[in-house]
Design a protein around this ligand. Structure first.
Ligand code: PA5
Length: 446
């Protein structure tokens, strides 16, 4: 079976082969630090050999819980934010039917706890009225405001609709093994729970129950997802020579581009199903590298849609960007352009051609135009959009992120900056324990 492939040829007019090759020693050092747990953030390396440590019993247990929810719920609400939802959303969108939510599959999966929009939550509550629904509540810390708030609303509604005893059977908590409000609540209420390992940070947690449970509830193949990740664990590991290790080359190339002044990386796709995959990627790299006043800014575009909005900027705006395209080689479905006798739209030159052929020519044309416009391009080719290759992509980007963070000399596994807004929000909300901060912020706002 083929693997995903990285191609950097269209970046080599911007950074030379020699410049990239010069990263070999630093990449090796980074990979060794990951492997031996000697680098910054080494208490958060549980993701590194996670795929190969997943057991059949573990998968069977997740699958059983997922099957129960599938059998008993019309809707399953997945509550979580950041790393506690983006991986599941990315995989479910990438592999599910684009119109699943209109086709009322059993169950419909919706997400909550990733915003504080009153309209969103009120409309969700209206939607769930009279529906048999379940909740997967995901929070590693167990104290995240957005998720806790949504869960309080959802739990209350579920208990009102079904009674407390029945509600309990439809709630699963995914959280820390011992700490946090969600663990306490789950123990008290007797919810089914899954543990997020201590040594796996939120943005690296998609292959733990955080991602696997919702993905299995969506009816997708978690075994294949893990199998793909296991394959990349081998391909991108420390024993693979630099030139043959796609994660090493990706990490080296993006760092070389960054040092040459390309401060923004745009992840582009030509498949709308990958929109949330890019959101997951944005968090992975943004939260891992954006610190100590350093780091590539991560942006994402859905092409060809965004060529009609951001295309102008990408082609002719400030030359501080490079582009990484996730390209799906073969679509899962087949659709040909029909012939039309009148040909008023002038499209008969495409009659009989696959829609994907048109898309591929758009992809190639875009890449050539962007390179001509001064935008270095890398391409990650994915043979097909299925669970196995999404598993490969996930692990490829994870390990490349670890290597890349070490090349940048930051701790890729912490996120101290995300506390700043929380402190202000809690002070403004007069949360107990924030009295001093509250006084200070009120004085500042006078
Ligand atoms: O990557 C991270 O650590 C964050 O995005 C967290 O996943 C996010 O803040 C949610 O945290 P928690 O799972 O503790 O609710």
């Amino acid at each position: 079976m083929e693997d995903i492939k990285l191609s950097i040829e269209s970046s080599l007019n911007f950074v030379s082969k020699e410049t990239i090759a010069a990263y070999e020693a630093a990449v090796k050092k980074g990979l060794t630090a990951l492997e031996n747990g000697t680098g910054a953030g080494n208490d958060f390396l549980g993701w590194l050999h996670l795929p190969s440590s997943v057991t059949a019993d573990f998968i069977a247990d997740i699958q059983k819980t997922a099957d129960d929810l599938r059998a008993n719920c019309e809707v399953v609400v997945v509550a979580g934010i950041g790393g506690s939802y983006l991986g599941a959303k990315a995989v479910i969108d990438a592999l599910g039917n684009s119109f699943a939510w209109l086709q009322s599959p059993k169950p419909v999966i919706v997400f909550a706890g990733n915003n504080i929009g009153e309209d969103y939550l009120a409309e969700l509550s209206e939607y769930l009225k009279d529906k048999k629904f379940g909740i997967i509540n995901i929070s590693k810390s167990g104290t995240t405001t957005e998720t806790a708030l949504a869960f309080r609303l959802l739990k209350t509604q579920l208990e009102n609709q079904m009674g407390k005893a029945e509600a309990k059977k439809r709630i699963v908590a995914v959280t820390d093994k011992a700490k946090g409000a969600l663990r306490t609540l789950a123990t008290q209420e007797g919810y089914k729970t899954y543990v997020i390992p201590d040594n796996v940070g939120g943005r690296f947690s998609v292959l733990t129950p955080v991602g696997l449970l919702p993905i299995a509830v969506a009816g997708l193949d978690i075994k294949q997802l893990i199998a793909g990740a296991v394959r990349m664990e081998q391909v991108c590991g420390i024993n693979t020579p630099f030139a043959k290790n796609p994660a090493a080359i990706y990490a080296a190339t993006r760092n070389a581009l960054y040092r040459s002044g390309k401060k923004i990386e745009i992840l582009a796709n030509f498949q709308p199903k990958l929109h949330y995959f890019a959101e997951w990627w944005k968090q992975l790299y943004g939260e891992s590298e954006g610190k100590d006043n350093k780091g590539i800014f991560n942006a994402a575009v859905d092409f060809t849609t965004d060529l009609h909005s951001m295309g102008q900027w990408i082609q002719e705006g400030e030359r501080s960007i490079f582009e990484t395209v996730v390209s799906i080689e073969k679509p899962n479905k087949k659709l040909e352009v029909p012939f039309d006798n009148d040909n008023l739209d002038g499209l008969n030159f495409l009659a009989g051609k696959r829609v994907d052929f048109v898309n591929k020519m758009a992809e190639l044309g875009t890449m050539l135009a962007h390179v001509d416009g001064g935008v270095p391009n890398m391409k990650v080719s994915v043979p097909e959009l299925n669970a196995y290759y999404i598993g490969q992509l996930i692990y490829f980007f994870e390990i490349a992120c670890g290597i890349s963070g070490y090349l940048l000399e930051v701790n890729p596994f912490n996120q101290p900056g995300v506390e700043a807004y929380k402190k202000n929000m809690f002070a403004l909300l007069n949360k107990p324990g924030y009295e001093e901060a509250s006084k200070a912020i009120q004085a500042r706002l006078k």
